[in-house]
Design a protein around this ligand. Sequence first.
Ligand code: GRF
Length: 217
Amino acid sequence: MKLGVLISGRGSNLKSLIDACAQPDFPAEIVCVLSNNPDAAGLAHAARAGIPTQVFNHKDFARRETFEALLDEALRAAGVELVCNAGFMRILTDGFVAKWHNRQINIHPSLLPSFKGLHVHQRTLEAGVRISGCTVHYVRPEMDEGPIIAQAAVPVLPDDTPETLSARVLEAEHKLYPMAVRLIAEGKVRVVNERVALNFNGSDAAGPLFVPPLASE
Ligand code: GRF
């Protein structure tokens, strides 16, 4: 499956996808990386891996639709079958989202539908939840909404700062995103009534996760 990755910054999730695609048995390849930010550090990951990159600086365009038309054109020209948003910080119009319906996914650093939007880890700590995590979901017009493909959970620890929590969640993101892409590329993901029907044997994952851990007897 041909992937196009949209980034705006650091690109650590892009890097995890590049590494996954380098595995001989991985059923996807990245054919282009697009950024709205010319200074996105992630562009260097793509360049090192020999993946074509293009920058469309949103500041150069008065209308969001013009910017998005160029993104769309670049994705189509590269033959992209699945768009992977990886830290892409522009809101996309309904028109763009409709064009890539069920062919565009995003990763978000919380257990959606909790903590949509920005400053996720700060708000997670303020809320005092014991478990956080990350979510890969199909993109819909509303930000951080859409059928959930996969989630990973991590504990929130007593001394956590937004930075330490973010690092723990990010480690999970780097495993979850390639896993979700693999599921899609292998044809194991279907959207039925705006929920994802997954083709996997649930018995392995059925145990509860306790934070704090259950006291051992
Ligand atoms: C990640 O936490 C991702 O979940 C969120 O933005 C961050 C991007 O990080 N959407 P990176 O650019 O992939 O390192």
